[in-house]
Design a protein around this ligand. Structure first.
Ligand code: ADP
Ligand code: MG
Length: 137
């Protein structure tokens, strides 16, 4: 399944979270893995709303190995990805500056692409750590 959700206002985060819950039902994710995915979606959406100065999209895709979440905006971009990844706090940010570093720790795959004034794309995947239970026929 594939969902593309417009992220413009805080309400849209709830839409994305609710679609993620639908996609996570009938998967082998543990409760804590589901929570990590929800926190990740929330952090990526908040970054679009509060930092990009633009709207964006969150794409939720179901892969054989787990879920892929992509957050894409065409906003101001991140000046120093290295600082963000290493958790160096942006002095202008009201947040704790732990969002993306936390996301990176929680996810199994993490990729970020950003250019000043050229938008930001974050792609993450959370893989199933348990094997899917067999369908009983
Ligand atoms: N989508 C984005 N567009 C522009 N800048 C971003 C985006 N996401 C993150 N940033 C920048 O990276 C910094 C770190 O983000 P994050 O780790 O989520 O921490 P926080 O949101 O708490 O500041 C932000 O303060 C912001 O400057
Ligand atoms: Mg953030």
């Amino acid at each position: 399944m594939y969902h593309r959700i417009l992220i413009k206002k805080e309400q849209d985060i709830l839409t994305a979270i609710s679609l993620a819950y639908t996609e996570m039902s009938n998967t082998p994710y543990s409760m804590s893995e589901k929570q990590q995915i929800i926190v990740t979606i929330s952090e990526l959406c908040k970054n679009i709303i509060f930092h990009s100065y633009s709207s964006g999209y969150v794409v939720i895709e179901k892969l054989n190995i787990g879920l892929r979440i992509s957050a894409i905006d065409s906003g101001v971009g991140i000046a120093s990805i290295e600082n963000v990844i290493n958790g160096v706090k942006n002095p202008n940010s009201k947040g704790l500056g732990l969002g993306l570093t936390g996301v990176r720790t929680m996810m199994d795959f993490f990729e970020i692409e950003s250019q000043t004034q050229g938008g930001t794309k974050v792609i993450v995947e959370k893989w199933y750590s348990r094997t899917p239970s067999r369908t009983v026929t």
